[in-house]
Design a protein around this ligand. Structure first.
Ligand code: ADP
Ligand code: MG
Length: 227
């Protein structure tokens, strides 16, 4: 019964999400249309022409980001849970995100507290997507660059991954809004990153927790059952 209830709730949430998404995509497309119309005027300075093109492109990019994030969420999972070494997953994700970190003057320190592999059950692609979304948020929380500390450790019967940044941090109200579709404080944010993260963690029967202080930084911890 409980399983069915959760499935129904997820369907309802996806339905609501789809409705809001059409709206969120229409906005940047409407503004893009406006700038293309402006470009159609006879006498335009070279400067204005360049500006309108850039604004039109940024509208298309924004729409594209929303579609990407949403499609990732809606993509069905393979349903196959394989044995994964969380340390290996962290390393693989890092190779992927490193250029983005370097671009933002962010250094990533890794601390594996155990020599041995730390096995959990899950789907590698989804887990990496989840780690990428979290690291991306950590990087974006440090506009002037900084350090991210990534740790993995073994607890009794469980495995923990933490992502610690020294960024802008969050207030209590902000913390309570995390994971709400379209909640974002960024100019070009989608507010879908954490929706995806939370849905993946739930699928893997894991837990996620945040602790944060304004202007000091944020720690996000993931907990999975050890396999
Ligand atoms: P987006 O990154 O597109 O804004 P997310 O769902 O990934 O959407 O994050 C939602 C919001 O949560 C962010 O806009 C930000 O306000 C807050 N947030 C998430 N992670 C962090 C972090 N590490 N530090 C500070 N704020 C964060
Ligand atoms: Mg994000």
């Amino acid at each position: 019964h409980k399983q069915r209830l959760i499935a129904l709730e997820k369907d309802r949430m996806l339905g609501q999400l789809a409705a809001t998404i059409s709206h969120e995509i229409r906005n940047p497309l409407t503004s893009t249309r406006g700038f293309i119309q402006l470009l159609n005027q006879k006498e335009l300075t070279h400067y204005d022409q360049k500006r309108y093109i850039e604004l039109a492109l940024s509208g298309v990019d924004q729409a594209n980001t929303i579609i990407n994030d949403y499609l990732n969420y809606a993509k069905p999972s393979s349903g196959l849970h394989e044995q994964l070494d969380i340390k290996e997953e962290v390393e693989a994700m890092l190779r992927f995100i490193m250029p983005f970190a370097t671009d933002h003057q962010v250094v990533i320190d890794i601390l594996h507290e155990n020599e041995d592999p730390l096995y959990i059950l899950g789907e590698s692609k989804k887990l990496r997507q989840c780690l990428i979304n979290l690291i991306k948020n950590a990087i974006e929380s440090m506009p002037d660059g900084g350090i991210i500390t990534l740790t993995t450790c073994k607890l009794p019967n469980a495995v923990q991954v933490s992502i610690i940044d020294t960024g802008v941090g969050m207030s209590k109200t902000q913390l309570n809004s995390l994971g709400m579709p379209f909640y974002t404080t960024k100019e070009h944010g989608t507010g879908l990153g954490l929706v995806v993260v939370m849905s993946i963690i739930q699928m893997m029967n894991g837990t996620i927790s945040f602790s944060s202080h304004l202007n000091q930084g944020t720690q996000c911890s993931l907990l999975f059952k050890q396999h």
